[in-house]
Design a protein around this ligand. Structure first.
Ligand code: NAP
Length: 274
């Protein structure tokens, strides 16, 4: 029971396919007590059974991160119901669809501002709002993707947001380290979720990753969940400011791997040629 005695809040569960659900489940299985949030009344009913499964009790609150008053209300609710907390999971991202396909140069400013506000600034805002109730050995976790480091087709605006998010993790980690607060990100491989469905040609990304990652498969929310739980627990007490890859090893590859043909001859295959 690695998370026994730990209390926290998880933002970003849309359904049981969400990465945040995988992390919350892993934390619950290891003894954590949790609050979860939902975006608005439309999602409250859908999330209620998940809140029950995760044994959240009354700790099930609305929080649209584009509304500062809801973040403030979240702090009051958490303080009232849980007192101090030890971890925060920020598993939230949004970009308008015109930022997730087409030509990068055509991204409208309004789309850029929305994506940066919800996917990046919200981490700073939530951290600042919840800091007064964070314990002196607490851990904050957010979710990133390799498209924040390298070009990925159609990831476009979200790539810029993830790059900013990763730097936000490092600056927050330095700023909050003296208060005993750690801040890390997991850079997860592609997983079929609601948010991922908005990215153009996402199913090709899944196929490409499984074909080219060293482990020759895509990762699951259980795998990301277990790694997330480690980063939220005291097992990672010496780790902060890290971007931890949980991507079946995809990020280490510079070119497709060498394979052997039926005669044992080594080859690199691409587009029917080798
Ligand atoms: P998901 O299940 O759709 O989760 C995204 C969550 O963000 C949803 O719960 C969504 O709420 C929430 N959200 C969006 N706008 C919000 C707002 N204004 N206020 C509060 N919450 C808001 O998809 P996911 O793939 O698990 O995404 C979680 C994180 O993982 C994201 O940061 C994503 O970029 C990252 N990630 C995903 C992948 C992947 O391939 N799936 C890979 C690497 C990183 P509603 O659904 O209620 O709108």
């Amino acid at each position: 029971m690695i998370m026994e005695g730990k209390k926290g809040v998880v933002l970003g569960i849309a359904n049981k396919k969400s990465i945040a659900y995988g992390i919350a489940k892993a934390c619950q299985e290891q003894g954590a007590q949790m609050a979860i949030t939902f975006l608005n009344e439309r999602f409250e009913g859908k999330l209620a059974p998940i809140a029950q499964e995760l044994e959240c009790g009354n700790s099930f609150y609305p929080c649209d991160v584009s509304k500062p008053e809801e973040i403030e209300a979240l702090r009051h609710s958490l303080e009232k119901d849980m007192g101090q907390i030890d971890f925060i999971v920020h598993s939230i991202a949004f970009a308008p669809k015109e930022g997730l396909s087409g030509r990068f140069v055509d991204i409208p400013k309004e789309a850029f501002d929305v994506a940066m506000d919800i996917s990046v600034f919200s981490l700073i805002e939530i951290t600042k709002a919840l800091k007064p109730i964070l314990s002196s050995r607490s851990s904050i976790l957010t979710l990133s993707y390799y498209g924040g480091e390298k070009y990925i087709p159609n990831y476009n605006l979200m790539g810029v947001a993830k790059a900013a998010l990763e730097m936000t993790v490092r600056y927050l980690a330095e700023d909050l380290g003296k208060d005993g607060i750690r801040v890390n990100a997991i850079s997860a491989g592609p997983i079929k979720t609601l948010a991922a469905a908005g990215i153009g040609e996402f199913s090709f990304m899944l196929k490409w990753n499984a074909a080219h990652a060293p482990l020759k498969e895509n990762v699951t929310i259980e795998q990301v969940g277990n790694s997330g739980m480690y980063l939220l627990s005291d097992l990672s007490s010496g780790v902060t400011g890290e971007i931890h890859y949980v991507d079946a090893g995809y990020n280490i590859m510079g070119m497709p791997a060498i394979t052997e043909d039926e005669n044992g001859k080594q080859q690199i295959a691409w587009n029917g040629e080798s």
